[in-house]
Design a protein around this ligand. Structure first.
Ligand code: SAH
Ligand code: SF4
Ligand code: F3S
Length: 448
């Protein structure tokens, strides 16, 4: 019998991929996706805990689902992902109408857990162990018999290559919510990519919290393959026209990885290299394990192998103890590297992190002011960067097309709009366009 499943995903791309896996797993038991929680048999929130706001959103949605559960008492309500891992039982203390709490290593057991609940063998299921010897099961097999529901952009997909993180940056919940770093076996990753390619996927993004250290904690230690070698093997898969990866830790960015950008034709000239701060004092207190000087050397290295590489970063403003001159150093770094884009955040205290204990917190108003200054300057630089592409002819991959317009993306990850009538062009096609207008978040082009 067909049952309906509503999943709401919060947070990063790894969670997006996990939601697809959950959907695929439950499809085997007859669940199919529905677009609203109203009337659904099973409602899952796949959650994120990275910043305070992210966690608040989860609890507020759980609160508002209380009424839905009253209307539809047969509905099962579950929490998966990083908030589930972090809060475990506490979620039920605050939200007793939650039936199911599933940690980040347990999603593969969801079908059995849901079955026990729906057959009333138990009235609640909570599983949040984090095991250092955990191995990621070969879930790629699921793709053959139950591909995830057509993604809005079916020609591009995420492939998770590792889980967890060993870095313990002072502000970050991830080592606590995802556990120790574990790499998926190379053979599983290559099999998943090959299946996707056969299904028509043309662009792959490899995912992990720190992909650069892929293979250092490998389930198959007898066949050591580092990240650059994995990239080469994935890049060689027939049909994969574009390859990306995220996220990288600067300390693990090697010359061999940089060289891939010169050698692999389908590796997109785009690199997300989170720096977090431009002051060595702050970087040290963040436990980032590199200095600004070392970071800049890596940026130079990348640009020497791939002069047009588009660089993106993550920044935290208002880390405890950040002074005006520390913040100025971050602005200096921004002006020096001139990132194409960045994600910038106000620092927030997170449970069980080292910096939550630091006493020299920066006032909220100062954080807001610094964030606004940073973002204003980044917008200006993004516009300058985008303007450098004016009148250039570039290759873009089509993402969405209607009868009158196309939305596409460059290898450097710039969004390009083409307002022209088009025939015979489909999502996933690579086409040549000439850039005619630059904004700070997107470009306009005509067919070349
Ligand atoms: N693994 C990636 C990023 C993971 S989280 C990396 O190592 O870079 C994504 C971003 O959220 C981080 O890069 C950081 O900029 C931000 N972030 C993490 N914890 C935060 C906190 N406590 N407050 C504000 N921003 C935070
Ligand atoms: Fe968090 Fe640092 Fe690990 Fe990234 S590298 S997930 S910021 S602990
Ligand atoms: Fe959020 Fe967990 Fe990803 S905290 S950013 S969903 S790893």
């Amino acid at each position: 019998m067909s049952k309906s499943l509503y999943i709401k995903t919060f947070g990063c791309q790894m969670n997006e991929r996990d939601s697809e896996i959950i959907e695929q797993l439950l499809a085997q038991d007859g669940y199919s996706l529905t677009s609203t929680p109203e009337g659904a048999d099973l409602v899952l929130l796949n959650t994120c805990s990275i910043r305070e706001k992210a966690e608040q959103k989860v609890f507020s949605l759980l609160g508002s689902l209380r009424d839905e559960k009253k209307r539809n008492p047969a509905m099962l309500l579950g929490v998966t992902g990083c908030v589930a891992q972090q809060e475990g039982e506490h979620i039920r203390e605050r939200m007793p109408h939650v039936d199911l709490i599933v940690g980040t290593q347990q999603i593969y057991q969801l079908p059995e857990m849901v079955q026990r609940l729906s057959q009333k063998e138990t009235s609640r299921e909570i599983a949040t162990n984090l095991d250092a010897s955990f191995e990621i099961p070969p879930f790629q097999k699921l793709l053959e018999n139950s591909p995830p529901s057509p993604a809005p952009q079916g020609f591009k997909r995420f492939v998770t290559i590792m889980q967890g993180c060993n870095n313990f940056c002072a502000y970050c919940v991830v080592p606590g919510t995802r556990g120790r770093e574990i790499s998926r076996p190379v053979a599983d990753i290559l099999e998943e990519v090959a299946i996707l390619a056969r299904q028509g996927v043309r662009e792959i993004t490899l995912l992990g919290q720190n992909v650069n250290s892929y293979g250092q904690t490998n389930a198959v230690a007898d066949q050591p393959v580092g990240f650059p070698e994995l990239l080469r093997q994935v890049a060689a898969t027939e049909g994969i026209q574009r390859l990306r990866f995220t996220t990288s830790h600067p300390k693990d960015l090697t010359d061999e990885l940089m060289r891939c950008f010169a050698e692999l034709e389908n590796l997109c000239p785009h690199f997300h290299l989170p720096v977090q701060a431009g002051s060595n004092t702050v970087l040290k207190r963040m436990n980032r394990k590199y200095t600004v000087e070392q970071y800049l050397e890596k940026v130079d290295g990348l640009r020497s192998y791939c002069p047009d590489i588009a660089l993106a970063t993550d920044i935290i403003v208002g880390f405890p103890g950040e002074t005006d001159s520390d913040f100025t150093a971050t602005m200096d770094l921004l002006n020096q590297v001139r990132y194409h884009s960045s994600f910038s955040f106000k620092y927030s205290d997170r449970p069980h992190t080292r910096s939550a204990q630091f006493t020299d917190k920066v006032p909220e108003a100062v954080k807001s002011e610094r964030l606004a200054i940073f973002q204003k300057r980044q917008d200006e630089i993004s516009l300058e960067r985008n303007s450098e592409l004016l009148e250039n002819t570039v290759e873009v991959m089509v993402e969405v097309c209607s009868e009158t317009s196309i939305k596409a993306r460059t290898g450097g990850n710039h969004v390009v709009h083409i307002n022209e009538p088009v025939a015979g062009i489909l999502p996933g096609d690579l086409i040549q366009v000439r850039i005619i207008h630059a904004g700070n978040h997107s470009l306009r082009a005509v067919l070349a």
